[in-house]
Design a protein around this ligand. Sequence first.
Ligand code: NAP
Ligand code: GFB
Length: 347
Amino acid sequence: MTEAAGPVAKRILVTGGTGLVGNAIKKVVADGEGQPDEEWIFVSSRDADLTSAAETKALFEQHKPTHVIHLAAMVGGLFKNIRYNLDFWRRNIHINDNVLHSAYEMGVQKVVSCLSTCIFPDKTTYPIDESMIHNGPPHSSNFGYSYAKRMIDIQNRGYFEQHGCRFTAVIPTNVFGPDDNFNIEDGHVLPGLIHKVYLAKQTGSALTIWGTGKPRRQFIYSLGWVPLQWEGWGTTATLQEPSAPPQDLARLFLWVLREYDEVEPIILSVGEEEEVSIREAAEAIVEAMDFRGELVFDTSKADGQFKKTASNAKLRRYLPSFQFTPFRQAVKETCTWFTTNYANARK
Ligand code: NAP
Ligand code: GFB
């Protein structure tokens, strides 16, 4: 997908443009937040397999981007990570090296890559901040993904020191929203539980929550609000008009791309006080979907990392008045999106 609204000064290539975060950025840009001097190009694995150096180079030569938002990655929830740590490491290391090196070779002015708060040390003090990435081993459940993501920070520093490149990274907490991967076995907890509630309502069965429900997470909404007439979904969702200016992760990406000048990464997170337990997250879904059945905890399943409470103090220093959509409202919108788009949702 390419969008240009005027004389183009920036050609922005978004890798992973068909995923949860890529789709949210696409919607925000399509909804009028793209600037006249920007051309946006959203690509997926169908345009190039970024584990291949040759295909990555060809993609960059085709589009000649001046800026890159690098989202493409092998992504998954706790249980997919446990099963495929080696694949997470190898694929993501190849993807990241190919993208960053092609960006360097093509003279790209700025790259914003995407890390994750799960890359921080498991044994740590809280809250976690940007200075702590390399302090100790990540949680063992996702060491492959985490070490691969940490190496982006190493490469960014290297490209800056040796070549003066402005390659940086953001560190979001657990993301959710429309266009997520709702696959129960492979996906993250919120889309997985939304899908499970949807099925449990149909069959009149209990909702099984994996683990104890005690681990804690900070969730960030991908989108902020959903345009009522977004045609890309095939169906029009019935959702609330926003009462406040739309916010959240996609808009933070636009801000980082346009205004954040550090090579050092920045955590994109709601406040520490917004952290919820998995049980509370499940209860928000139950309420949003009006599920009346029983809740069962399958404690034979892993809990994963207990918590990764992150500080958004750095973000707040830059954007003191930035507003996040309240968690329950965002969950409600996501549940509505999933039920409305069930036929076409990734699951
Ligand atoms: P997602 O929905 O799974 O989307 C992944 C994207 O990467 C898709 O567009 C996919 O293309 C593309 N991709 C995967 N392998 C590729 C390959 N070999 N070559 C080219 N493209 C490839 O992921 P997401 O949740 O939006 O995540 C976006 C970024 O945010 C990732 O870097 C992830 O690590 C990071 N992040 C995610 C979370 C979260 O909770 N979801 C939290 C923190 C950070 P296809 O559609 O063609 O498969
Ligand atoms: O989102 P999630 O899979 O990943 O959440 P992480 C896992 C937590 O939710 C664990 C519980 O405590 C699970 O026991 N849980 C309960 C469930 N029910 C379910 C369910 O139906 N599905 C899933 N998936 N979990 C991931 C990392 O960690 O965070 C990734 O492994 C990635 O690498 C992502 O970075 C952001 O938050 O534990």
